[in-house]
Design a binder for this molecule. Structure first.
Ligand SMILES: [Zn+2]
Length: 396
């Protein structure tokens, strides 16, 4: 058993509310000790216990690793031309997804896994230590099963999103597609997943269809999460709260009743400003959610159609500039908020007992994440105490 002391830290973000230093629990002149993948001590560097090894982080800020609670990484194909066309003034239409469905169906599991792992590496280099991965580009029984197996090979946080949009061959028979999701895809895919998700939106799935999918998923032992209220007002938020979903994601178009429902429930409101940025869409009003008392998470939503970024730091910068979150709120949302959106209590904080999933920034404090947009500040990453992105001077 080897213990390691992380020391010479700039600001340390703990997310420990009991420290009475705001929600981020920021400590100066602090250190912490990791053993067997867990944090076993946090406190003043001057009082650090003896440890087997020392990691001098060179005055850099240290934060919990980012928790990405929303990504769509199991896909093949390229949609850069669609993006360019959209930037030239053509509005986003859900039809673009069909390109990805065709390429994903044609790809082998090995190809899909290679692409998924490559994108997860990008996420990790940008500081993410937990990454939820959704299916949703297979959209046939065979291809969703292939996708969910690929996701399960890559992460522990797997979400079945068979009900993403109805594929082209079911465009005029939604009810048959929903029936296939409920009768075939959920039973076959549930052993590989933890979560059931649905895109509850005009043009995707109605409230009743969404409820049927979510209830079938929960009956199969999956926990619910929802894509809702992204493009229009709708039933997504209320349905998520009604069914006790862990999170409802996008939350751009909200009524006062939707905000109240989120503020008075355990369902997390997850904002995904990378999607609004990349589609020139409307940003969610995170300020309104926070002021009402809702729990807000922040993710990058990496997907080939509407948000092809794996950079949580970029999304923190967007959240601060365009969603009017404070830098502290945005960092909390990308760490502890993401953990809450995944129902996890073992990640998203640097506290005794938590997994040693941490990152070091090439900066003295976490404010630089929003202050220095687009700069790759993540200098070191550890997951379960193991180095995944080494600091230059780390003694391995
Ligand atoms: Zn999504």
């Amino acid at each position: 058993m080897t213990s390691r002391l992380f020391t010479n830290i700039g600001s340390l973000v703990t997310n420990d509310p009991t420290l009475d230093r705001g929600p981020l629990g920021v400590l100066e002149n602090a250190a912490f000790v990791v053993e067997q993948g867990r944090i076993i001590w946090v406190g003043a560097a001057s009082q650090a216990p003896a440890s087997d090894r020392c990691i001098d982080v060179g005055g850099r800020a240290v934060l919990p690793g980012f928790v990405e609670s929303h990504s769509h990484l199991v896909f093949a194909g390229d949609r850069s031309h669609e993006f360019a066309a959209r930037m030239e003034g053509k509005p986003y239409e859900a039809g673009g997804i069909r390109t990805t469905i065709e390429a994903t169906r044609a790809a082998s599991a090995a190809e899909l896994e290679l692409n998924t792992r490559s994108l997860m590496q990008e996420y990790t280099r940008a500081g993410a230590t937990t990454i939820e991965v959704k299916t949703g580009y297979g959209q046939s029984a065979e291809s969703e099963l292939k996708s969910v197996q690929v996701a399960a090979a890559c992460t522990d946080e797997v979400t079945l999103l068979a009900a993403h949009v109805a594929p082209p061959e079911y465009r005029d028979k939604h009810d048959e597609y929903v029936q296939m999701v409920v009768d075939t895809m959920i039973p076959e895919c549930a052993p590989y997943a933890s979560w059931i998700d649905v895109f509850c939106e005009r043009g995707a799935f109605s409230e009743d269809e969404s409820r049927a999918v979510l209830q079938a998923g929960t009956a199969a032992g999956l926990k619910a999460r929802v894509h809702g209220n992204q493009l229009t007002y709708g039933a997504g938020v209320q349905l998520a709260v009604e069914l006790g979903a862990a999170s409802v994601d996008h939350v751009v178009y909200l009524t006062d009743a939707d905000v109240d429902a989120l503020a008075n429930s355990s369902t997390v409101a997850t904002v995904l400003p990378g999607a609004d940025f990349s589609t020139r869409g409307t940003y969610p009003d995170a300020r309104r959610l926070l002021d009402a008392g809702a729990t807000v998470a922040l993710g990058a939503d990496c997907n080939p159609g509407t948000s092809f970024t794996t950079s949580i730091p970029f999304c923190i910068a967007l959240a601060v500039r365009d969603l009017h979150m404070s830098p502290d709120e945005a960092v909390w949302a990308a760490t502890a908020g993401g953990a809450a959106a995944l129902g996890r209590t073992d990640i998203g904080a640097i506290t005794v007992g938590a997994r040693a999933d941490v990152l070091a920034l090439e900066a003295p404090n976490h404010l630089h994440l929003a202050y220095r947009p687009g700069v790759p500040l993540v200098a070191g990453v550890w997951k379960d105490g193991q180095t995944v992105v080494p600091l230059n001077e780390e003694d391995n």
